[in-house]
Ligand binder design. Structure first.
Ligand code: ATP
Length: 253
């Protein structure tokens, strides 16, 4: 049994774990009701992907690890769904890559920002950013464009899981290298990302960490080679093809 009391061999294991955590997140004031809807949308894509990390996503996760390790200032952006789903894994990834963690909400309220920062700190995060809010993402209205000047404002590589398309686009326009985790390869966030990872956040974040640990002793040339070999269009196409295959699976049976 996992910590969420879902049997490990249950055929819908990941989806049930995810639902439990999101429900709990809403109860704690971490996840918004909008977050529940986002979760439902993600689940449908995960169902079609076969609830597994497909090979192209694993490749993208290795590239993400190399980018985070090679960055001048990497930042992991955390919203209400991410905090509810993978608090420990985000802390581990930050430790493995030397990244900062910043709370970054679409619907920013001080109360929810604080609740998420506290929750991450309970899970071992140190110096969670986002509460200062003295930086801006140009081109977005005030609430949606608020970041920390010494966090996402200063970052060169940002991991933005489950991000809204507008903000993903605006961050890209600021010249940041964006790594997006999103189960929908057609979402605008995935489409604008330098590295789109089409995978469930609950599998993606620990897998990026595994790759980061594996690459910890790699020199700069090795990291550069991992990054240069990546083809974002091919990664999106592979995920789309898998989803199409998932949608027609019954006909083929
Ligand atoms: P966009 O504005 O980028 O086109 P959207 O309007 O669909 O996307 P939202 O509904 O704000 O964006 O965000 C939800 C996104 O997060 C969806 O694309 C969904 O597939 C994705 N998502 C939800 N849960 C997960 C999860 N556990 N792991 C990865 N992605 C997820």
């Amino acid at each position: 049994m996992s910590d969420d009391h879902v049997p490990d061999d249950h055929p819908r294991h990941d989806s049930l774990v995810t639902r439990h955590r999101i429900e709990d997140g809403v109860e704690r004031g971490i996840t918004s009701k909008q977050g529940l809807i986002a979760e439902g949308r993600g689940e449908a894509f995960d169902y079609l992907l076969g609830e597994e990390t497909i090979p192209s996503a694993d490749d993208a996760e290795r590239v993400a690890a190399a980018l985070l390790l090679r960055a001048r200032h990497p930042v992991l952006s955390v919203n209400g769904n991410v905090a509810a789903l993978v608090p420990d894994d985000i802390v581990d990834l930050a430790a493995a890559t030397g990244a900062d963690i910043e709370v970054n909400l679409f619907g920013r309220t001080e109360e929810r920002m604080r609740a998420i920062a506290d929750y991450l700190e309970e899970h071992g995060a140190e110096d969670v950013k986002g509460l200062t809010g003295d930086g801006r993402i140009p081109g977005l209205s005030h609430d949606r464009g608020t970041v920390d000047a010494d966090g996402i404002g200063d970052a060169d590589v940002v991991l933005v899981p489950l991000e809204d398309g507008d903000r993903a686009e605006a961050l890209g326009e600021m010249g940041k290298t964006e790594i997006v985790v999103d189960l929908n390869p057609l979402s605008r966030s995935a489409q604008v990302a330098a590295v789109p990872i089409i995978d469930n956040i609950i599998r993606a974040v620990p897998n990026i960490t595994r790759h980061a640990r594996d690459l910890a002793d790699a020199d700069d040339a090795e990291l550069a080679a991992v990054i240069e070999g990546f083809d974002r269009e091919a990664a999106l196409d592979a995920a789309e093809a898998r989803i199409r295959e998932g949608a027609t699976r019954r006909e083929d049976d």
